[in-house]
Design a protein around this ligand. Structure first.
Ligand SMILES: [Zn+2]
Length: 256
């Protein structure tokens, strides 16, 4: 971004690029959710300082689904507290961009479901969603709320009402292989994009970490919006070091 010496100028320039681009795809990470009160997993004060990761391992779920669900209730309490989490200005900005025809898809590393809650329609959830649970036997899905309510009332583990199979949060657990579908779809979207926005992600975790390079190899312009530098910030055409809840609404306003 040589020659662009302010966030405002970079925002104006990026907004023009978005307005001109044929296909725009956004990738979002934890930085988009923190403003909604979702604690981060890693680092100081992260969830994994309070909870033992091993309790939420896929092997633990298979060996002891009752204990897994009991611990999962505690984890959910720590995550969401008493109230429902709400989408923030960054989620709403991306939903607005899609509605106005300037954004084709959101690929997210987050499992909180807040993009859909904000109104985004084309959302690829790389690591699944905490808003649903699925039966390990028949694959039937239902809202997580119902399963957690039943678990809280003592149904441990909660089971599928159709086939009696154990229900599992519809997220990728530690030690569980990533589902192929979302990863393949994300690579296709990145490869077909003309402009790729990496937002609020430190770009350290695969498969998300590989998507910006995938997009650039296919000729896309790369924009990074993140408070801190990422592994691809140096080779991004736009590198906005900014709070996503401020930068994205400003960007959407500038796109017009
Ligand atoms: Zn079932």
């Amino acid at each position: 971004m040589s020659g662009i010496d302010s966030i405002e100028a970079a925002t104006e320039s990026l907004a023009a690029a978005i307005a001109d681009a044929g296909r725009v795809v956004a990738l979002t990470g934890a930085g988009v959710s923190t403003a909604s009160g979702i604690p981060s997993f890693r680092g100081d004060g992260g969830i994994w300082e309070q909870f033992d990761q091993r309790d939420f391992h896929y092997r633990r779920f298979e060996a002891d689904p009752e204990g897994f669900w009991r611990d999962r209730l505690d984890l959910r309490e720590a995550f969401y507290g008493d109230g429902e989490t709400e989408p923030n200005a960054a989620h709403r900005a991306l939903a607005d961009l899609e509605r106005d025809g300037h954004l084709d898809a959101v690929i997210t590393q987050n499992v909180d479901g807040l993009h859909r809650a904000a109104g985004s329609e084309t959302v690829v959830e790389l690591h699944g969603t905490n808003r649903e649970v699925e039966c390990v036997e028949c694959g039937h899905r239902l809202p997580a709320e119902a399963a957690f309510d039943r678990a809280a009332e003592g149904e441990l583990p909660p089971r599928c009402e159709g086939c009696g199979g154990v229900l599992k949060p519809a997220v990728v657990l530690f030690g569980e292989s990533m589902p192929d579908g979302p990863t393949i779809r994300a690579h296709e979207l990145a490869g077909r994009s003309d402009l790729f926005l990496a937002i609020g992600s430190s770009l350290q975790v695969q498969p998300a970490a590989g998507l910006p390079a995938r997009a650039q190899r296919s000729g896309a312009t790369l924009a990074v919006v993140n408070l801190e530098a990422t592994p691809v910030s140096d080779r991004a055409e736009y590198d906005l070091r900014a709070d996503v809840t401020e930068a994205l609404p400003a960007l959407v306003e500038a796109v017009g």
